[in-house]
Design a protein around this ligand. Structure first.
Ligand code: ZN
Length: 204
């Protein structure tokens, strides 16, 4: 198990479409495990492989984990594809581990039906709704080279990208945290672990 460094926007890889996974071998299983560990470590609720620099169609999500109780219901989706969108929409204030401290309201279908392959190589179909539905759509966007700020106004998007560009230039994200760091990992200030009842942000 390993905590992997996360790519921070702007980065051309975040705009790149990931390739399908042909064979589910040990390297895919290890990547999924490392991604879950990275996601918990960074206090996110979802992560796409591209965010750790692997351009493969793989995502992980767990919207029910809690600091005190550990992992909740883990979802690992290989080659996921949205096959149906609900007509109802939902608005959610989204964040992203690749966009530290940036949040914006995004409108998406309230639920989606997704076809994917699981780690055992089985084809599955599942509907995702609520926070998990939003999270899964956000991560599927990632593997298609789309980020949450692509859903907001150009002006707001530019503002966020410029801010991150400046922080990157100042070296704010140069240090990659690992389990052996002896300082504060939670530089994004998220001591609170979110749940479905929070009325504020989540990082996906
Ligand atoms: Zn994200």
């Amino acid at each position: 198990m390993a905590v992997l460094p996360i790519i921070i926007a702007p980065d051309p890889r975040l705009k790149t479409k990931s390739s399908p996974i042909e064979t589910i071998d040990d390297s895919v299983k290890k990547l999924a495990t490392d991604m879950l560990e990275t996601m918990y470590f960074e206090r996110g609720i979802g992560l796409a492989a591209v965010q750790v620099g692997v351009l493969k169609r793989l995502l992980v999500a767990d919207v029910s984990w809690r600091e005190e109780e550990g992992p909740g219901e883990q979802h690992i989706l290989i080659n996921p594809e949205i096959i149906e969108n609900a007509p109802e929409e939902t608005v959610y204030k989204e964040g992203c581990l690749s966009f530290p401290d940036q949040f914006a309201e995004v409108t998406r279908p309230a639920s989606v039906r997704v076809r994917y392959t699981n780690l055992n190589g089985e084809q599955k179909e599942e509907s995702f709704t609520g926070l998990l539905g939003t999270c899964i759509q956000h991560e599927i966007d990632h593997i298609n080279g789309i980020v949450f700020v692509d859903h907001i106004s150009l002006a707001k998007r530019d503002m966020i990208i410029r801010k991150l560009q400046k922080q990157k230039k100042q070296g704010m994200f140069d240090h990659v945290h690992g389990p052996n760091c002896n300082h504060d990992h939670h530089h994004h200030g998220h001591d609170h672990v979110h749940d479905e009842n929070c009325d504020h942000d989540h990082r996906l």
